[in-house]
Design a protein around this ligand. Sequence first.
Ligand code: TRP
Length: 445
Amino acid sequence: MAQRETWTSRIGFIFAAVGSAVGLGNIWSFPFQTAANGGAAFLVVYLLAVFLIGFPTMMIEFVIGRRGEQNPVAAFEKIGYGNWSFTGGLGVFSSLVTLSFYSVVGGWVLSYIVGSATGAYFGDPGTYFGSVASGPTAIAAHAVFMAITIGIVASGVTDGIERATKVMIPAILVLLVGMAAWATTLSGASAGYEYYLSPDFGVIADNFASIVPPAMGQAFFTLSLGFSVMIAYSSYLGRDDSLPADGGAIVVVNTLVALLAGFVIFPIFFATGGAEGAGSGGAGTAFVALAGAFGSLPAGQIIGFVFFAVLLFAALSSSISLLEVPVSYVTESYGYSRGTTAVVMGLAIALLGVPATFGTSWLGFYNDLVFNIFLPIAVLLFAVFAGWVANREAVDELGRGSSVGESFTTAWLWWIRIVVPIAVIVTLYLGVESLYTGLTSGAYF
Ligand code: TRP
């Protein structure tokens, strides 16, 4: 087998992993989920989910990845549990399905960059959304977004992914900080911060069952967990890198980007009419609400352009990792060339995504299928594997190359044995229930 291409440095790995994590989830879904679920109340639950459940789960994928030193399917064999390979495969499969609709939304973002430049959505944001979110425009934009993704992945780990994310991540951070600073000058800024940052614990208590599943789903999705991506990426890590330190850095930067997006969006909403309605009603409302807000701001055209450019960078830095995982699996297992594999798989994924260009209900169905079912199941399987099946020697991978002691590993082990599975099972139960209700009530089709 050919020598595996690898990160040129530990920083290269961190950039790529942050690139995977920072995506539409941070800048598009996070603020809108927050708006839809009570503002600061959701924020609190989300942050708890990220640090208490998401971070330990990321450590599971890192342990499997670095211990396995292989693609996510072969990794389980290498650790000595070949009959668990299917869990890695489930993650790879989820990546395919997710990319198919993620790219459709990426296409919308492209259309909104064009729309900001020409001012096309300023007059009637609702109609503009309708015209770009389904039909021929949506298909064309989806195709362009996939083509860019394929191009970067075909160029390889170092020349493609590492180079692209090293430019995009700093650009995202700088532009978001700039926009957040500008947003402080808006007249609605303080009301926006109030809604975003002052939690009403009564709201949390009253809406616990409806806040927890989206907060947990969002925590997994935003950290790219359950997709075997972190297994694949950490398989390239050196023995002397600290998994908890690298994972901590990734989680913190990813959270920072989401929080910054909130600092941009909430002042804008409150300056232009409030957050009510912005979060409800699914995928499209976010675009319509934002475009409407940009349309009524003095410098809206420029702000809109920059905002959607940031969103595009974030989407691309994630879509390349969604394609990289299946591509590296196929190239390593079957020996096809990277270029051909990227093109063939990219085309297949693009086709799978076509129904999501018919209308937002299909897109919502794909999204909920991944969010509510695939993702929690994969995370649960990873936790059961690492917590109850793998031997202690494999699990001790967590502390290798790091200064954390044996007791840290033991504490983590019990946490992923008990707490993580309970949290995921509750989320899965509520998620299946809501998908079932959606299907039987005709909410999707
Ligand atoms: N984390 C990405 C976001 O927030 C989306 C995502 C989920 C992802 N799983 C992934 C990206 C796997 C790459 C790989 O938008």
